[in-house]
Ligand binder design. Sequence first.
Ligand code: BGC
Length: 348
Amino acid sequence: MTRQSCAEYFGTCPNGEKVSQITLTSGSFSCQILTLGATIRSLLVPDRNGMPVDVVLGYDTLEEYLSRDGYLGATIGRFANRIAGAQFKLNGTTYPLAANDNANHLHGGLKGFSHRIWTVEQLEESSVVLSLHSADGEEGYPGNLTASVCYSLSEAGLTVRYRATSDADTICSLTNHSYFNLSGHDAGTVLEQEIMIHAQNYTPSDAQSIPLGCIVPVEGTPMDLRTPVLIGAGVDSPFPQIKQAKGYDHNYVIDGQAGALRPAAQAFSKATGISMQVSTTLPGVHFYTANFIEPGRKGKGGCAYGPRHAFCLETQHFPDAPNQPAFPSALLKAGQEYDHTTVFAFGK
Ligand code: BGC
């Protein structure tokens, strides 16, 4: 494949900005990335018979990406998940942020990284580097920040490397919000798929999904996913944390040392034989069971998505970390480099 053939026109935003789609290939794997939000639009993985299965939810058109909520496949920044009261304090100054989820800040605000057009810096057959400049004060965050995400596809899976630097102290937590269905994006619910999360602890949250600030053991509760279980076994549990969130929508404290690439989670579909192993250098992973995708939402190829039609494994700093002294710090100091990697590896 020639370099030119890897990028094609996808659509034009109402303000005239053009969006491209990049196709990465490696053996029997392929992946489509949009410059809008550095979004993963498709990820084709061979099933047990070697047939390609698209394991991520997405849309056919740019209009749908711009008008629908849920952040399907997008890169989230400057700060993934919620910041309570849409503000945080840093070096004695309080920074008010855009409030876009009740009174809270969610996934980077009104026009977070998921809704920006990223620049293609480097494009090869199986990898791409996209970058973004986020100005001082954008969505309320301090510091001019330059971020990049590198996707590299191999026959082992997809590696995502996030890098960022700022000219002033700021906070940073970048993630990818892919909705996975290992039976195929259009295969219905994931209740019969297995999940395992390498976490002895999680961070419980309140009715608005704001962390309570404590770190508690999963032991003895349906939050315990340390051995593989069907997603359907716990997702409708009356356990208060699950009931209040209408399913799983929780940050797990990944075992081991943050900073080192270590196993975070794994999942498996008996229907296709596809398994996925997620590892990361980040401290947490958010397990979300697509609780708020309304029934009948139109997806790729005109199929219908709905609640529990996918699961997300969003590797991240803990939600609300900037306001929670007991959580690992999400501070990015001026001139330092944010450098984190998440690997989505597939087997069959
Ligand atoms: C959040 C959910 C939210 C979803 C889509 C997840 O990361 O934790 O509460 O509904 O993203 O915005």
